[in-house]
Design a protein around this ligand. Sequence first.
Ligand code: CP
Length: 336
Amino acid sequence: MQIFGFLDVRNNYIRNQNIRTIRISKTMKELSVNHLIGIKYITKQDIDLIFETADHFKEVINRPIKKVPSLRDVTIANIFFENSTRTKLSFELAQKRLSADVMSFSAAQSSVKKGETLIDTVNNILAMKVDMVVMRHSSPGAAHFLSQNIGASVVNAGDGAHEHPTQALLDSFTIREKLGDVGGKKIVIVGDILHSRVALSNIFALQMQGAEVKVCGPKTLIPKYIESLGVTVEHNLRKALEWADVANMLRVQNERLDVSYFPTTREYTQQYGVTKELLDSLNKEIVIMHPGPINRGVEITSDVADSQQSVILEQVENGVAVRMAVIYLLASKIKN
Ligand code: CP
């Protein structure tokens, strides 16, 4: 398999000349892992390398010619056992921008419905000579299990309420872009922390970079172990926002609620929904984030989601560059 050196590709683009097909130099920095299963398995150096690489790719995707031939000999399968809009499209676009061959698979239209196991499904895909698998699954640990059982690089695109590493990376990348640095910043994650893979991956990523993290939500949606992760808890939204530089608003994951965790959606919104009035009444301007999908009028009002303070669409844009970086760096580790 041939991986093109990114900087050579980039320089060649600048010169608008033929692309040289060279292997990545042995001295090039590389990730400490062969798979991206979760933020807790990577290092601060890995995050720095991903961001440095994503900076270059962000520049590339804002050019008139947005595609580089870096992964021309790489085949990637996106297998989604759970619904997705942003993550699936963002991975597909990232792969296409890198010129990889892309196969996308949704469980709803597959033989999984006929009783095929995860390993059989993936082995059949791998028999088609796939180098990398990007997987979303409802079971925590599914991506780790896959990485132990197949001979391809695995990227976790969300496993149940466990981790969503590329979401946390793009969130931190967006904070870094907006505020200059993640280190020393105060981030509050608001909402359904109990069922959220985004919250857990964000906590690991933000702390690794030296940010302070607080979570805010009803007692029933904050896991009891959360303080053992070095996170503080605040149940009063106004106090949490007054403390924060950034608020990352999470939706209530209704699809994972087995019982009622709060009396009514209206009551939840009154206590934990961010409104323009609430933001305007704070003594400072904070950055508003949301991983999507947004429930407008529940955890965030439309005027906040669409305001100057919101970086929600920047998060989506940065997702492509960050996922290009992750895929590119992992692909460069795949042995021939
Ligand atoms: N942020 C996120 O994971 O969105 P999707 O569920 O649409 O992929």
